[in-house]
Design a protein around this ligand. Structure first.
Ligand SMILES: NC(=O)c1ccc[n+]([C@@H]2O[C@H](COP(=O)([O-])OP(=O)(O)OC[C@H]3O[C@@H](n4cnc5c(N)ncnc54)[C@H](OP(=O)(O)O)[C@@H]3O)[C@@H](O)[C@H]2O)c1
Length: 336
């Protein structure tokens, strides 16, 4: 089968990807308990697909170097193990591989993949395969960053509303009944409003922290998808209600250490005073099922910036790495 593989990341993932045509495909007989064999239709990209492998030292440990990249997929089930009862051959599903359970498994940028049934969900009829492939990581991520803490009627600030996480975050927050303030640059204000944001802060017009402080202590919850400035958390008590949770979803490498320190030290030692969580998304069958149910009800729609052909996978990574994506980038793999 065809698969994109990388054996190193020197100079960037996109420069190392090689299209292999002779990778042995998985067969139904190789499935073990709970596994399904899927013919890939589309792969959704996430910044972690290049950021984690490109991390010095740790990247080597977490991601072996002879694999395909990417975790999020949409595809058609071509076989199931005898133990699988919730999915049938021919069904279209979306899902996310769980690399944390086994770092040695390969990613999904290939014609066939094997997944565990708890990591897939039926593709809702309201979305096509390209759209479905964009949803698992950002859907699980935003679900886990909000649902445990928020109540309908509360005010949330989502830092970074126009990227993969933010476009889903805004829609999820609105469907949970929240009042949403988000940030983006001027060019994306319209998109964030169309997705339901009640208020949009232009982060290039003046510092977001100053714009938030001017509102007083009004926010019940914060989801930070950007993580470029530790001061946003350290000063969160100036715009968040006492005891309200600050969840860090994304972070730039240069700010990660400062954010980690601010989040773990008590305020009298220079840390912040709001409860802080650095989120690491985890695969969760119930969260994925609930999220796709809301997608099926039309509450949340995928937002796609661009769809690339399978042959153009390196170009898709180049675009993702600009950090300017509106919504998500998709690589279309097979027949839909
Ligand atoms: N913790 C987890 O488990 C988890 C899960 C998913 C994602 N993440 C991380 O979350 C981060 C965001 O992911 P993503 O998929 O949303 O990335 P993305 O799609 O690449 O984000 C691009 C968007 O970010 C906006 N942006 C850039 N700088 C900004 C700023 N200072 N303020 C507001 N918006 C800004 C850009 O808008 P402009 O062009 O207008 O600047 C663009 O629309 C990444 O670091 C990713 O690795 C973590």
């Amino acid at each position: 089968m065809k698969a994109w593989r990388y054996t190193g990341v020197t100079g960037g993932m996109e420069k190392n990807l090689q299209l292999k045509t002779d990778i042995p495909r998985p067969y139904p007989s190789s499935l073990t308990k709970g596994q399904v064999l899927i013919e890939t239709i589309a792969v959704g990209l996430n910044p972690a697909d290049y950021k984690v492998p490109e991390m010095p030292i740790l990247g080597n440990l977490i991601m072996p170097r002879t694999v395909s990249p990417c975790l999020d997929f949409c595809g058609r089930i071509s076989a199931t193990h005898a133990s699988v009862t919730s999915f049938q051959e021919g069904q279209t599903v979306l899902g996310r591989l769980d690399k944390m359970s086994s770092p040695m498994i390969t990613g999904v940028l290939s014609e066939f993949i094997v997944a565990s049934e708890e990591n897939v969900a039926a593709l809702p009829e309201s979305v096509d395969a390209d759209g479905g492939s964009t949803l698992p990581t950002v859907g699980l991520g935003m679900y886990q960053a909000m649902v445990p803490w928020v109540k309908s009627g509360q005010k949330i600030f989502i830092n970074g509303g126009s990227g993969g996480t933010g476009t889903i975050g805004i829609q999820l927050a609105k469907s949970l009944g929240l009042q949403v303030t988000t940030s983006c640059s001027a060019a994306n204000i319209g998109l964030c409003k169309e997705l339901g944001a009640d208020e949009v802060l232009d982060y290039k017009a003046s510092p977001v922290l100053e714009q938030l402080k001017a509102k007083g202590r009004v926010f019940d919850h914060v989801v930070d998808n950007i993580g470029s400035d530790a001061a946003l958390y350290k000063n969160a008590h100036l715009y968040m209600k006492p005891g309200a949770q600050f969840v860090l979803v994304g972070s730039e490498m240069k700010a990660l250490l400062a954010l980690g320190i601010a989040g773990s030290l008590p305020s009298f030692l220079g840390g912040g005073s709001q409860p802080f969580k650095m989120m690491v998304i985890s695969n969760n069958a119930e969260n994925l099922r609930k999220f796709t149910e809301w997608v099926g009800e039309g509450k949340i729609k995928p937002v796609i910036d661009e769809v690339f052909s399978f042959d153009d996978a390196p170009k898709a990574f180049e675009k993702l790495k600009t950090g300017r994506t509106k919504g998500k980038i998709v690589i279309h793999v097979g027949k839909s």
